[in-house]
Ligand binder design. Structure first.
Ligand code: SAM
Length: 243
């Protein structure tokens, strides 16, 4: 997977991405990251890339041409027109299924806005997907791009050490994950649930599945409507409703 990020703050992207698990994946060659500084494509002698909005109003708007030239500097090296994801509070809200779908692409271009956003005309020209990371407004698209790249990366083969860890994560079945415990067995008087010490693999799995269902029912009941539920899961949930 190759990530290209068009941004005014390339250091923020590089610093955020090239640490920990994603950084290790870059070193292993599973992922590559290229940042493109939109300011390098300024058409202004003072290297400005923003201007006042037509029609008046507060704030500044990123101009179309530098964004277009930054995009073109990437697109001309690719064999097909890439998916260009514009980070925007007005976009479709990002979720795990979207991460899974995007993880199947070979390359993705992220476009990060700033100020009041980007001139609509260049968005119409180059953007294939407008994506939001939630219903709140941030100062720029860099954190959303990092959030998305992180979620996509961990789904790629070889990025996580233990292949199973993504399989049972929250949302993988549209259910939240069961609670996790580690050593010590007794922490400040609180014991690890006994079943996890039993060594009985099937019972542990059953308990975890039930915990998953209980959590989802309590915290995110909306997810149950589209969750992948087995007959046993449905029976378990039905019993809870009877109580
Ligand atoms: N004036 C814009 C509006 O009301 O829709 C908001 C612009 S915001 C201050 C600046 C940039 O931050 C946006 O162009 C976008 O790239 C990014 N951004 C802000 N909030 C975001 C969110 N929730 N998801 C994705 N990107 C976001």
């Amino acid at each position: 997977m190759r990530f290209y990020v068009l941004t005014l703050f390339p250091d923020m992207i590089r610093d955020g991405f090239q640490t920990s698990i994603t950084g290790r994946a870059v070193e292993k060659g599973i992922l590559s990251l290229e940042t493109v500084n939109i300011r390098d494509f300024s058409v202004n002698k003072h290297q400005r890339v923003d201007d006042y909005p037509y029609g008046g109003g507060a704030g500044m708007v990123m101009q179309a041409e530098p964004v277009y030239l930054a995009y073109e500097s990437v697109a001309k090296r690719l064999t097909k027109k890439p998916r260009v994801l514009y980070m925007s509070p007005q976009g479709k809200v990002f979720h795990q299924r979207m991460a899974e779908e995007l993880a199947r692409e070979e390359e993705l271009v992220f476009l990060c806005g700033h100020y009041e956003g980007i001139d609509e005309r260049v968005l119409e020209e180059i953007v294939t997907d407008e994506v939001s990371i939630g219903d709140y407004v941030l100062t720029g698209g860099e954190l959303p791009a990092l959030v998305m790249m992180d979620a996509i990366s961990r789904l790629l083969e070889g990025v996580l050490h233990n292949e199973e860890s993504a399989e049972f994560d929250s949302f993988s079945d549209n259910l939240l994950e069961y609670p996790q415990y580690s050593r010590p067995q007794n922490w400040r008087g609180k014991e690890v649930p006994e079943i996890l010490l039993s060594g009985h693999h099937l019972n542990v799995e059953k308990w975890r599945r039930e915990q998953s269902l209980l959590r989802t029912r309590k915290r995110r009941p909306d997810l149950l409507e589209t969750a992948n539920l087995t007959k046993e899961d449905k029976k378990f949930l039905a019993k809870l409703t009877e109580l």
